[in-house]
Design a binder for this molecule. Structure first.
Ligand SMILES: [Cu+2]
Length: 454
């Protein structure tokens, strides 16, 4: 069973959040504020959550994706930029990370890779079997003397192409990434997420539900598709990227990441909308916006879902504050025993290993039903003793806004909560030493509808 967490705990953490938010507001660029005032450019809706790229051409069960390797730059929270390699969609502009490829289980997926880089490149699809390249089984490549040069068939440098195809047999969350010189090419940014949804409602699934509401082929993997999020975690060693940009070699013995990113962005950019105009090459936001889970709803309410992926070289212990999650799948496979028994388990910090994916169902509700008429059993400090961040509503109660002291500017809309979620390896939430940036985002909890959040 999943349980909500006592608001008192959340509130204690929220004070730290408020302090952090204030510090950030004071010390960082105005991006945090701009998040809420600057419109998103027209890319794939929705504003938050997973922005899928779906296949073009082909039939309903034979999607075709065109990916082009390109070079470009991304913005980092310390004001730096990094030279990157990436997969872009069709003839689209450079983007980081690559498009989120969304297909259904059983689809025959075709990915046509066109390579504009100065060296051969490729794509491997971990978790997929019987991958074909140009119609024959994808194979490692080697030099004449036998040394492996690529884990899979490549597209030649300077405009070569290769066509991969495979049947996406199992629903779940997967990475796709370069199989060629991966310690260089994956680190440079040749990676993305592949989401495979069930093709049908699982046996035992709820009447009236649809296949895309399930994480996998288990009836107990149901979630609310309006609350589905991607947490794609990665890292950058700026010296490696500088060397590649200048055509120089880089000694991997000196590899040392200095930046860590969530969906290709560092905080505070991470909480900006999908397609935020000031991040033209980094289209994917990481704000997890959910409604309070309604324990009495008829028909029953459904939880949210986070798809975690780690494409880096180290464990990333991701930590949504004040909230357990239910781990329902790992590496694209449901957690179940040999006879189908449920092996899902609750976890507080989600410790994703390199190359792993974790599917985690979560919900938030006020277990104690605190409100102004059922106040928290602690003395709320006077305003003079609080530090107040830009997201605070003025009240500890969800859906309640109260007056803030003169001089405090708040972007809180309707008494919603913001709870920090971050990589708990604290040395990884920096940007080359700029503290409290990197893989940090918020879970935003909106009060029950109707509310004034719009
Ligand atoms: Cu924490």
């Amino acid at each position: 069973m999943m349980r909500g967490n006592a608001v008192s705990h959340v509130k204690v953490r929220a004070r730290g959040l408020r302090r952090a938010a204030l510090l950030l507001a004071l010390t960082l660029v105005g991006a945090t504020m701009a998040t809420f005032t600057q419109p998103a450019i027209a890319v794939t809706p929705p504003r938050v959550g997973i922005a899928c790229t779906t296949g073009v051409g082909g039939g309903a069960t034979t999607p075709i994706f065109n990916l082009t390797t390109k070079t470009g730059y991304i913005s980092l929270p310390d004001g730096n930029t990094a030279f990157m390699w990436g997969y872009s969609s069709g003839f689209g502009a450079f983007q980081h990370p690559g498009p989120v490829l969304c297909v259904n289980a059983g689809d025959t997926v075709t990915v046509i890779l066109r390579n504009t880089l100065p060296e051969a490149a490729s794509i491997v699809f971990p978790g997929q079997t019987n991958v074909l390249a140009n119609g024959t089984p994808a194979q490692p490549e080697s030099t004449g003397s036998g040394a492996i040069t690529s884990l899979t068939s490549t597209a030649a440098a300077g405009g070569g192409t290769v066509t991969y195809s495979f049947v996406a047999a199992n629903p779940g969350t997967f990475l796709y990434e370069s199989g060629t010189n991966p310690e260089k090419q994956v680190r440079m940014g040749l990676f993305g997420a592949l989401i495979v949804r069930p093709s049908a409602v699982p046996s035992g699934g709820a009447a009236g539900s649809v296949a895309s509401e399930y994480a996998n082929n288990r009836a107990d993997s149901r979630f609310n598709p309006a609350e589905e999020f991607m947490v794609l975690l990665s890292e950058i060693d700026p010296y490696q990227h500088q060397a590649v940009e200048n055509g120089k070699s880089f000694n991997m013995n000196n590899y040392h990441p200095r930046y860590w990113l969530i969906n290709g962005r560092g905080y505070p950019d991470s909480i900006a909308d999908n397609g935020a105009s000031w991040l033209p090459a980094q289209p994917y936001g990481a704000l997890a916006q959910v409604g309070e889970f309604d324990r009495t709803a008829v028909p029953v309410d459904q939880p949210g879902m986070a798809r975690y992926l780690n494409v880096g070289t180290e464990d990333y212990p991701f930590h949504p504050h004040g909230n357990n999650g239910l781990v329902v799948a790992r590496d694209g496979g449901p957690l179940e025993g040999p006879t189908g028994e449920d092996l899902a388990f609750e976890k507080f910090a989600i410790n994703i290993g390199p190359g792993q994916t974790w599917d985690v169902i979560f919900k938030w509700y006020d277990a104690e039903n605190y409100s102004p008429s059922n106040p928290v059993p602690v003395t709320v400090p006077s305003l003079a003793d609080q530090s107040i961040g830009v997201f605070y509503s003025g009240s500890p109660y969800l859906g309640t806004k109260e007056a803030l002291p003169p001089g405090i500017q708040s972007v809180n809309q309707c008494g919603e909560y913001y709870i920090i979620s971050h990589n708990h390896a604290l040395f990884q939430i920096t940007s080359w030493g700029t503290n409290m940036t990197g893989p940090i985002t918020y879970m935003r909890i909106d009060p029950p509808t109707p509310n004034s959040c719009g």
